[in-house]
Write a protein that binds this ligand. Structure first.
Ligand code: HAS
Length: 561
């Protein structure tokens, strides 16, 4: 494939605003640096857990596990998402960011970066070995929690910037339906604002006073409940930008049309409404919550699977319609018409493919009885390495291959394209080894969040060791994938400048004419927020009131490392 083949028609290649480009690139640079450092931590922890190396005495297993989780799951994703959303709203809602959006974007970036640096220092200083879920009663240095405040408040400011751009677009385009990218960016950031209320309350009112010693004890039930009120929508905050690439960019890349603009918007509305009141499915094995409330939240969890099933349907339909329009015949002939040699398609597609078993695993987790088997085992670690570390990460990598050169006015060269395909294959191989071994050993009872241990040479523990070795092999392959991705990012930053014909395209698909007009009521944000409030009150009021009225004794802080 030539560079020209990967570029678009000149009409789509309006140069990206240089000032906005700096903001986007700043976010992506922090994201990929976090990926690299988190990747080093991941490699070390895989080798330790496989019993292959011992860490130097200054470095603890749980310390690098914390660094890995925080940098990969929280920092890489959040910075990448905000950079991607800002690029898309600049491109589709006015051609450049308005002043207030740009200022909020930079303010958010600075706050989040300060938080990231402070948090990383705390982890490296062994002051915050509390893992990425920072469960009480493990207590970090108060400045770790303050670092989290910086990251969250920074992300709020970035969200306000996106809302401002959206308002500006609506004011200047009265009566028109907003661009799909803008609609989805607003949905994602709205979900984020609602979700982070939980983590903000627990950090500000529980963790910070407790870690400074201003209060003696922390109510663990409440802190966990507030964390998971945030923790589950967090996974959709990761997933929705990946879906934005699938719904909006992939149809353009494969030369097709968006199957249905309305259906895509409806899926995002369902995520806003349904993904918050389900946090108890992470607490099914915990005492202190009456079974009926767990049951209700499990039912709601099954409801939030629906927008993903809609997405699966829409993607299959897009692929099939595009293939048939290109002359494909037979039941699966359309598969041959997909651009397998184009990394902008290949990487996100592999993410989609993996999401089929990954999502099925999620449904298993959510089933009460089966959760009893898998909870707190390596199965869950396998689940989230398939979902966030494969489906989401591969989609983000696929986006980087066009986003970075596009905002810099550069080309996606055939060489980087080939390296990107190789990187995707390496990622899939590494993840196949690592995640399968995690799922299998998890089913045999191997616990998550543990260093290498033989449990006094217990035969059950001995049966897990071969899986740990496979995990370490997979982790090593994945580390090669991280390094190659970092190399590719540098190559993209330094790629040759492009002209109108050769510059990498920002692929924005058009909706299929057959899908009909998009109804205006989909943009009634007040209704969707109202529905979230109703569902959250329904799902949380009674169990939360119970936690307040009959509080658990509370716990003093523990520093176990
Ligand atoms: Fe999950 C635990 C349930 C989705 C991430 N999840 C986690 C944790 C993380 C995580 C990080 O109910 C661990 C948290 C921790 O540290 O303790 N999860 C679900 C359910 C879904 C789900 C029901 N999870 C995700 C996504 C994540 C993610 C997405 C990140 C991005 N998860 C759970 C539960 C737990 C849990 C329990 C707690 C476990 C425990 O006990 O601790 C659903 O949203 C999944 C729905 C998905 C589908 C798949 C649709 C498929 C699509 C692809 C189509 C493919 C195409 C390709 C078109 C139904 C859209 C074409 C192919 C061709 C061949 C042409």
């Amino acid at each position: 494939m030539t560079a020209t083949a990967m570029a678009a028609s000149p009409a789509d290649n309006r140069p990206f605003d240089a000032r906005d480009g700096k903001l986007v690139i700043a976010h992506l640079l922090v994201a990929f640096t976090a990926l690299l450092i988190g990747g080093v931590a991941g490699l070390l922890q895989g080798l330790v857990r496989g019993g292959m190396i011992k860490l130097p005495s200054e470095l603890g297993y749980y310390q690098i596990l914390t660094a890995h989780g925080v940098l990969m799951a929280l920092i890489f994703t959040t910075f990448f998402i905000i950079g991607f959303l800002y690029a898309g709203v600049s491109k589709t809602m006015g051609g450049r960011l308005i002043g207030i959006t740009s200022r909020l974007g930079w303010a958010g970036f600075v706050l989040m970066t300060i938080g990231t640096i402070l948090g990383t220092i705390m982890i490296l200083a062994n002051e915050a070995t509390v893992l990425y879920t920072f469960y009480a009663p493990l207590k970090a240095n108060p400045f770790f929690y303050i670092a989290l405040v910086f990251v969250v408040v920074g992300s709020w400011l970035s969200g306000y910037g996106i809302f401002a751009q959206y308002r500006y677009w609506r004011r200047t385009n009265k009566g028109q339906i907003s661009p799909l990218f803008g609609f989805m960016a607003v949905s994602t950031m709205l979900l984020w604002q609602i979700a982070t209320i939980g983590v903000a309350i627990t950090v500000l009112f529980q963790f910070i006073p407790w870690s400074f010693g201003w209060v003696e004890k922390i109510n663990i039930m409440i802190s966990r409940t507030l964390f998971w009120y945030f923790g589950h929508p967090l996974v959709y905050f990761w997933l929705m930008p990946a879906y934005m690439c699938w719904y909006i960019c992939i149809p353009r890349i494969i030369g097709g049309k968006i199957f249905s603009d309305s259906m895509a918007r409806m899926a995002f509305v369902l995520f806003i409404v349904l993904s918050v009141p389900v946090g108890f499915h992470h607490q099914l094995m915990e005492p202190g919550i009456a079974p009926i409330w767990k049951y209700i939240q499990v039912v709601l969890t099954f409801a939030v699977v629906v927008p993903s099933l809609m997405t699966a349907f829409a993607m299959f339909a897009t692929f099939e319609q595009t293939g048939r329009a290109k002359g494909a015949r037979g039941l699966f002939g359309w598969l041959k018409k997909l651009p397998w040699g184009d990394v902008r398609f290949f990487a996100p597609f592999m993410g989609m493919l993996i999401f089929i078993p990954a999502g099925a695993g999620g449904i298993i987790n959510a089933s009460n009885q089966m959760n009893a088997i898998v909870h707190n085992t390596l199965w869950v670690t396998g689940h989230f390495h398939l979902t966030v570390a494969t489906t989401v990460a591969l989609t983000f990598f696929g986006v980087a291959y066009w986003l970075i050169p596009h905002v810099l006015g550069r080309q996606l060269t055939p060489k980087v394209n080939r390296l990107g395909i190789l990187q995707t294959v390496i990622w899939i191989i590494g993840m196949a080894f690592m995640s399968s071994a995690m799922h299998a050993s998890g089913l045999m009872g191997a616990p998550r969040r543990t260093a290498y241990a033989t449990y006094g040479d217990h035969p059950d523990a001995a049966s897990w060791i071969p899986s740990y070795v496979v995990m370490a092999i997979g982790g090593t392959v994945l580390f090669i994938g991280v390094c190659l991705m970092f190399y590719n990012v540098i190559a993209l930053l330094r790629a040759p400048k492009g002209d109108e014909k050769t510059v990498a395209e920002f692929p924005i698909g058009e909706a299929s004419e057959e899908s009909g007009p998009t109804p205006r009521w989909l943009e009634r944000w007040g209704v969707w927020v109202g529905l979230v409030v109703v569902l959250v009150l329904f799902a949380y009021t009674v169990p939360f009131a119970d936690m307040l009225i009959n509080p658990s004794p509370g716990s003093k802080p523990w520093v176990t490392w």
